[in-house]
Design a protein around this ligand. Sequence first.
Ligand SMILES: C[S@@+](CC[C@H](N)C(=O)[O-])C[C@H]1O[C@@H](n2cnc3c(N)ncnc32)[C@H](O)[C@@H]1O
Length: 322
Amino acid sequence: MHTNSATNLTFTDYHPVPADFYEEIVAGLNQTPKRIAPKFFYDARGSQLFEAICDLPEYYPTRIEKKILMDHVDAISKAMGPHCCIIEPGSGSSDKVRLLLDAVNPRGYMPLEISKHHLLAAMDRLTQDFPWLDVHAVCIDFTGDLTVPDHQDDAHRVAFFPGSSIGNFEPVDAMRFLRDLRAVVGDDGGLLIGVDLKKDEATLNAAYNDAAGVTADFNKNLLVRINAELDGDFDLEMFRHWAFYNADAGRIEMHLVSECAQAVRIGAHTFSFSEGETIHTENSYKYTVREFQDLARATGFRPVETWTDTNDLFSLQYFAAA
Ligand SMILES: C[S@@+](CC[C@H](N)C(=O)[O-])C[C@H]1O[C@@H](n2cnc3c(N)ncnc32)[C@H](O)[C@@H]1O
């Protein structure tokens, strides 16, 4: 752990990425169909591209979730209770928690983020803007062992998981992760979670296929990253972004499609692609409010309150530990 020049910021680094990046990429590309875990999107450039996606006109989730947070901040802070410690997995820029801080007045804030430079830059800004906030930043892969450091231990804990990042998990893994969060927040804790809702396919497909091509750049950044960090030779022109709503599975799927038959080298390994073969890079599951409540209930959380926008595009749901 180290403390930075701002006295209200401490930092624990679990060094989540470099050791397993190569092994996981090789293992994923040896599977049929080929796949890469979405957590690898987020190097410094990937994090910036995600920020840009959040501002796209087609990408409704960020805009609407922020509006729900602002419109219902009093009810949300009442549900969270006074003087809690907010724990935010995948905190990114920590923009959304800013909308809660003045109303909730938490005793502590613990962002858990895989993208270290993005995390530290965001915390420098946050601690300047909220000098009274006691922050303990943690660089961690939250899909691994979710043990978090002690911080403001006499405060009750509320996990804040916005952005519908829960949709990136297979439902069975989402349940495992929610159980981990339930253990982290304890018997007097809570969970405030953003969940993207099932809706018409055109809206969903547009959100992941923006006209400006930013989502395509975000998807392809995986290949840029493999080339730079793992001595890969992906030809970026020979792969294209493909995203679509799979209604049977209830999820957006994101893939990179090989434009031709080709071989790609990564370090000592060579991978063959046939024309049209894909690397499956992300799923984003969509739920009804009821479906998600049932899932959360099975992991030890009790639904307390749900807030949605007027068009029922997105939901923010509060659960207490059952
Ligand atoms: C979809 S973005 C959401 C960012 C922000 N929470 C929001 O709602 O806008 C996902 C965030 O989670 C982080 N992330 C993704 N996988 C992660 C993992 N396995 N462990 C820790 N952080 C992760 C990414 O770096 C990114 O900042």
